[in-house]
Design a protein around this ligand. Structure first.
Ligand code: ZN
Length: 193
């Protein structure tokens, strides 16, 4: 099944874009949850074409050929997959350490903290920061899904949301291009620290 079956088809697919769902490692969420969240902000349905749960299960969002709502200025030429996870809490007392790292230029990206208004789920544990805490099962499924999509959309460029211009968020919190190019499918390295 897919969501938003009334949506128009894309004419082209130049990018395969990886996202974080901006949830915590212990939130067992999938496409239906994100569909509910995106509808609640006024969208037609879930904006992504696919979601990979914490256990590695793939769930279809919009149909692969439908125009998505997942990356500004590129919904007409890209397909997007979101990984559940990507956030963890730090205690308020730890915040200074992260602020110092930012000031020292140890992070390449702005927006290390998630705006508290955007946290979905528990929010009383501290400050939400981005963290590439994806499971090996998720990354294995991601690699398989991208491989399938490259057969469907030959020549498409595989990258992360942050690689496309116009968005300062660190999504998906790791460098997708070298990860996909390397033969190391089950781990990622966060570039935030
Ligand atoms: Zn994103």
């Amino acid at each position: 099944m897919s969501y938003g079956t009334q949506l128009a088809d894309r004419k082209r697919t130049d990018y395969i874009v990886v996202h974080t769902a901006e949830t915590f490692a212990d939130q067992n969420i999938g496409a239906a949850d994100i569909d509910r969240w995106h509808r609640s902000q006024g969208w037609a349905c879930i904006g992504y074409h696919g979601v990979i749960r914490r256990n590695g299960a793939f769930e279809q969002g919009r149909a692969w050929d439908a125009i998505g709502a997942q990356v500004q200025h590129h919904n007409f030429d890209s397909v997007g997959i979101a990984l559940a996870g990507g956030l963890r809490f730090v205690a308020d007392t730890e915040k200074a350490t992260f602020d110092e790292a930012v000031i020292a230029g140890k992070r390449e990206m702005a927006g290390t903290y998630l705006d508290p208004k955007r946290v979905r789920g528990p929010s009383a544990k501290g400050i939400a920061i981005y963290d590439a805490n994806y499971t090996p099962a998720q990354l294995s499924t991601l690699r398989d899904t991208i491989t399938m999509l490259l057969r469907k959309y030959p020549g498409a460029v595989v990258l992360g949301h942050r690689d496309l211009a116009g968005d300062k968020r660190p999504c998906p919190v790791f460098d997708v291009k070298p990860w996909f190019a390397a033969d190391m499918p089950l781990t990622v390295t966060t570039s935030l620290l």
